[in-house]
Design a protein around this ligand. Sequence first.
Ligand code: IPM
Ligand code: MN
Length: 356
Amino acid sequence: MEKVIAVLPGDGIGPEITDQAVKALKAIEKKFGHKFTFVYGIIGASAIDLCGDPYPTETHNLCLNSDAILFGAIGDPKYDNNPAAKVRPEQGLLKMRKELGLYANIRPVEIYESLIERSPLKEEKIRGVDLVVVRELTGGIYFGEPRGRDDNGNRAFDTSLYTSLEVERIADVAFRLAQTRKNHVTLVDKANVLETSRLWREVVSRVHKKSYSRVALDYLFVDNAAMQLVTDPTKFDVILTENMFGDILSDEASVLTGSIGLLPSASYGLKTPLFEPIHGSYPQAAGKNIANPLATVLSSAMLLGDGLGLREEASLLKKCCKKIIDERFFTPDLCGELPPRTTSEVGDRISAEILS
Ligand code: IPM
Ligand code: MN
């Protein structure tokens, strides 16, 4: 099969971790006799440095003309500490998601047996956790207008905005996904306070009644959900939620696994699907060859399976990742007392395993 994959390494550790995922994809290509063409684009702080735009038109066109996008990370401390900056790296990622219409962000949280001891929660709480956050990705307070400042810069405002249609289409994704899993959706919102959340409840229960009444549906307020994610994480199957709550809850959920460096994600919608780790650009580690590439390699497994429909290839890649996790071939975030492995050693090991 011939496929074009856009690779957008981005900032911080982005280039190092995407290199490892590309290595793994090349090993899969070789093993299965496919032809993958990798085309590289710029995004984020590195794109601002080069051309002043965090998501240049050339990058957008590259994405439009590809079958799938592999993305590393975005963000640079020089912007984090400068609230007055007019152009910010994160705008690149948000613009890409919006312009490609990628409204459905899927963030699976899986537990690896050999990492249970690394979780900050007790073993008996963690065993059996298997959940997915379905995060709405192109609406809500991230994009709503008006936003800005008035009163000479002394008053700031953002707008959380959702339409029934936006809620309906993401609800569909969540229910369909639940049908392939444990048949249970939890809608997380703040319907006791927010009008947008009351719209979510209304629309989600309507979609449920109409087309998915066999799926169990329950509702949780986001504060309560944040608590139950750590007190009772096995109760969740599919967590359906809006953009901002999904951002926060998926970081929280990721620590259950023992490292945020393990969580992949996929975003689908109207145009080319995007695959990226949920973690950030970890600037302190940039260029040091110490970052954990597993979340990105696992994202490339989602790219193969869900993005390109190459199920066998995806499952082999996942199996190889799992094998090296079981062998505790770990970067410093996970290695504890064991000898630390470098980012590229982990990548080499995965591709060797694929080709073995
Ligand atoms: C994520 C990130 C982004 C988000 C940032 C970098 C804009 O935190 O993908 O979770 O908030 O969506
Ligand atoms: Mn986030």
